[in-house]
Design a protein around this ligand. Structure first.
Ligand SMILES: [Zn+2]
Ligand SMILES: [Zn+2]
Length: 130
């Protein structure tokens, strides 16, 4: 997957991808770092940041802002835009073009069905990542 995106599959990038693939919601660099640390991986936060930004530049990850911090998501096919829940941070991919008055939307922020119906998400009750 990394090589298809034109970047080298270093062990650090694979570790970071592994964490992202295990999450339904986008995760912050600090969270990725903390989980790798818990697994006993000796990887620095700076290395995690570098891996995330190089994979984002390669188009493999998409970055969102949730609760004031950058969170990363392993996205699927190219050429999609996103619906982002501003409450829990859930991201849904949409394939069809979303053009309004000649303006192509990349991210549409709103509230997902679960949050709308008042179900509190795990993310919303989690302590904020530190
Ligand atoms: Zn995406
Ligand atoms: Zn939500």
């Amino acid at each position: 997957m990394l090589e298809a995106a034109g970047i080298r599959a270093t062990s650090q990038r694979l570790l970071v991808l592994d964490v992202l693939a295990a999450h339904r919601l986008p995760v912050s660099a600090q969270r990725v770092h903390a989980e790798l640390h818990d697994r006993g991986e000796n990887i620095g936060l700076t290395t995690v940041y570098r891996a995330l930004s190089s994979m984002t530049e390669a188009g493999l990850l998409h970055v969102f802002i949730h609760a004031g911090e950058a969170v990363y998501r392993l996205c699927g096919t190219a050429g999609h835009h996103h619906l982002v829940c501003r409450v829990c941070g859930l991201v849904a991919e949409r394939q069809e073009e979303n053009v309004v008055d000649g303006f192509r939307a990349e991210e549409v922020y709103g509230v997902c069905a679960a949050c709308e119906s008042g179900q509190r998400s795990a993310r919303a009750t989690d302590p904020i990542d530190t």
